[in-house]
Design a protein around this ligand. Structure first.
Ligand code: IPM
Ligand code: MG
Length: 341
């Protein structure tokens, strides 16, 4: 198979982990007889430095024309001034929106030999296999108005949490479809006791569930879900939730796997190229030292092969290789960070 993959190394540790992902994809191409073409483009802080904007139009056009996009990470202290008009994260959000990627899949599992790297008691980690489906192009991240204004005696800042029924339906439907290939249980996470958008979310999720009689649905409030993620994580199969809730819950869930550096993600939309990136950030404190954990990034290439190119065997080959490397004792420093030193 021939496929064009856009690489967006980004900032911090992004370039070094993307380089490892590319090596893995090249090895897959060689072993399975595929032709993967790679082209690198600017996104994030590096794009701001070179072009003045976080997502140059040229980058978006290249991504739209590709079969899939692989992204390292964006951001760093250099661009963190809260009053700056351009921010690296705008590039990432613009790309997600520009590619119409409304669903972010974040699988969470625990490698048996990494149980000790998690601060959670080992018996709680037994059987953990969660797929978080995070809504990615709506909610608080994109609601308008988003602004700041002077008011008498101070300043007022506003963010807006809004969802349409159509936005909720498409992501919940995808979560149900994915659940049919798993343990057939969906936990829809909301804050329906407080938020109107969550009451709509719950209602639409309930409606969608009627089309999937073989899949059980459960509604859970986000605060309770956050607690259950560490007290009884194996109770979850597929979890589907609003953009910001999903952002927060997946960092929490990464603690189960031993490190934020372990987890991959796939962002999918209605048919265009998918975007694949680890869930961690640009880790500027360790950038350039060659010590970053590349496994979340490498596991993201497996998701790329599976979801964008339909190469299941190849995806499984990468996942087995990651598994074997970890079983063999391959470790980066982050796999100890939760342990008291
Ligand atoms: C993530 C990240 C991003 C997000 C940031 C970098 C904008 O935290 O992918 O989880 O909040 O979506
Ligand atoms: Mg995040």
């Amino acid at each position: 198979m021939k496929a064009d993959v856009v690489l967006l190394p980004g900032d911090g540790i992004g370039p070094e982990i993307i380089a490892q992902a590319r090596r893995v994809m090249e090895a897959v191409a060689k072993r399975f007889g595929h032709e993967f073409g790679f082209s690198e483009h600017l996104l994030g802080g590096c794009a701001i430095d070179r072009t003045g904007v976080a997502m140059p139009d040229e980058t978006l056009q290249a991504c739209l024309a590709a079969d899939a996009v692989l992204l390292g990470a964006v951001g760093g202290p250099k661009w963190d001034d809260p009053t700056a008009a351009v921010r690296p994260e705008q590039g990432l959000l613009g790309l997600r929106k520009g590619l119409g990627l409304f669903a972010n899949l974040r699988p969470v599992s625990v490698h048996p030999s990494l149980k000790a790297a998690s601060p959670i008691k080992e018996d709680r980690l037994e059987g953990v296999d969660i797929l978080v489906v995070r809504e990615l192009t709506g909610g608080l991240y994109f609601g308008r108005p988003q602004m700041r204004e002077e008011i008498a005696g101070g300043v007022r800042a506003v963010d807006t949490l809004e969802y349409t029924d159509a936005e909720i339906r498409r992501v919940v439907r995808l979560a149900f479809e994915l659940a049919t290939g798993r343990r057939r249980h969906v936990t829809s996470v909301d804050k329906a006791n407080v938020l109107e958008s969550s009451r709509l979310w719950r209602q639409v999720a309930q409606e969608v569930s009627l089309d999937f009689p073989d899949v059980t649905i459960e509604h859970q409030l986000v605060d309770a879900a956050a607690m259950r993620l560490v007290t009884n994580p194996s109770a979850f199969d597929v979890m589907v939730t609003e953009n910001l809730f999903g952002d927060i819950l997946t960092d929490e869930a990464s603690v189960l796997s031993g490190s934020l550096g372990m987890l991959p993600s796939a962002s999918l939309g209605a048919g265009g190229p998918g975007l694949y990136e680890p869930i961690h950030g640009s880790a500027p404190d360790i950038a350039g030292k060659g010590i970053a954990n590349p496994l979340g990034m490498i596991a993201s290439t497996a998701l790329l092969l599976r979801y964008s190119l339909g190469l299941r065997t190849e995806a499984e080959a990468i996942e087995s290789a990651v598994h074997a490397a970890v079983a063999d004792g391959a470790r980066t420093a982050d796999l100890g960070i939760f342990r008291p030193t």
